[in-house]
Design a binder for this molecule. Structure first.
Ligand SMILES: Cc1cc2nc3c(=O)[nH]c(=O)nc-3n(C[C@H](O)[C@H](O)[C@H](O)COP(=O)(O)O)c2cc1C
Length: 353
């Protein structure tokens, strides 16, 4: 761990998890966090949706919900950064505390419930930023919305011109009923409406699903996505499940679990998704990534790109460079010249815990 971050980390760990997150955003805004200007090794370059990204490691949605610091985050060395989830109207989310560290498990439980500034401030910030780097935009629905699909349409239509890619997040467990949108009919209708709304803007459209999806759910979700010629699936969000192995005091909190305890489950669901997608579009693997080996496992299970959030809580910005170095070493060890060569090589080989 870098010395500067060891010092910052000492204080951050003693703060409430959400206060620490607020401080991290303010530090990134003020330019206090050192940027990683190193050029990535050529083996990490990867193609997605007609673009070449310097590396496949992304920051998942939820860290920069309001598009306040996407460029500072890209500067940490991420190949892609996803902002959001953005909802049409501002909303407070659930009462605090709603974000819990599970240090003994290297996990996080959150029941944030999409707190955010709403569409207009996020739109203004995205409009004002330089059009460089790969910044995805994740959209959601307001808790009190009477037409949730309309919320996705509103946000997607407004934000599409400023997005490297767009994500319909139908898998947050903290907005009651939201996950019902993953059902075959509802999902098909929702995605079709969003596709129609952004038809004039050529931007890749993805859907983010829950790692709690059953095999039958995956059959339906992938069938809909293939039928509609979607551009990708993110597998996935936090889980409502609780592995029996959890030891931390907060393990009984309500909400979605993420971090290390999610790695195995989310990678298996990713693999099953990849089997059904048959390379018709790229997948983003997300859930529990905290090392180059984890990122490599996602890629071998079928992911073109990888995202993480929770392990940043424990390891901070130096994690990004470490993952990239470890991933490049693993690719070289196994004789893969590029990330692309390794995608899906374990599509039929389940991970062992
Ligand atoms: C505090 C917190 C807030 C999150 N907010 C969102 C969100 O607004 N939208 C979304 O699609 N995912 C959200 N997520 C889920 C993450 O993007 C990611 O899918 C999940 O945490 C699994 O990855 P990880 O194990 O690397 O954290 C959030 C996760 C956390 C921990």
């Amino acid at each position: 761990m870098a010395v500067w971050y060891q010092a910052a980390d000492f204080f951050l760990k003693r703060l409430d998890a959400e206060d620490a997150h607020g401080l991290a955003i303010r530090s990134l805004k003020s330019g206090l966090v050192p940027q990683d200007r190193r050029v990535d090794p050529p083996s990490l370059a990867v193609q997605a949706w007609g673009r070449t990204l310097p590396n496949p490691i992304g920051l998942a949605a939820g860290f920069d919900k309001n598009a306040e610091v996407p460029d500072a985050l890209l500067g940490l060395g991420f190949g892609l950064v996803e902002i959001g989830s953005v909802t049409p109207r501002p909303q407070p989310g659930n009462p605090r505390p709603r974000l819990f560290r599970l240090p003994e498990d290297r996990g996080v439980i959150n029941r944030m419930g999409f707190p955010g500034h709403g569409l207009e401030p996020a739109l203004a910030r995205l409009k004002a930023r330089p059009r460089q780097g790969f910044v995805g935009v994740n959209v959601g629905a307001n808790k009190d919305s009477t037409d949730r699909a309309a919320d996705y349409v509103t946000c997607a239509a407004a934000l599409a011109p400023y997005a490297g890619y767009l994500v319909c997040n139908v898998s947050s467990p903290n907005t009651p009923g939201l996950r019902n949108l993953q059902g075959r009919t509802q999902l098909g209708e929702l995605l079709k409406r969003v596709q129609d709304a952004i038809a004039a803007t050529p931007v890749p459209l993805l859907v983010k699903i829950a790692p709690d999806a059953t095999d039958d759910d995956l059959d339906d979700i992938v069938a809909v996505c293939r039928e509609l010629r979607m551009d990708g699936i993110i597998v996935g969000n936090t889980t409502l499940s609780r592995p029996a192995s959890l030891r931390s005091g907060h393990r009984g909190e309500t909400g979605g679990l993420s971090g290390t305890p999610l790695m195995l489950l989310s990678t298996e669901v990713l693999r099953k998704t990849a089997q059904r997608v048959e390379r018709q579009f790229p997948l983003i693997g997300c859930g529990g990534v905290g090392s180059g080996a984890d990122a490599y496992a996602k890629i071998r299970a079928g992911a073109t790109l990888v995202q993480l959030y929770s392990m940043m809580v424990f390891e901070g910005p130096p994690l990004v460079r470490r993952i990239k170095d470890e991933l490049a070493a693993l690719l070289a060890r196994d004789g893969f010249a590029t990330v692309t060569d390794a995608i899906g090589t374990d599509i039929h080989t389940p991970l062992r815990s």
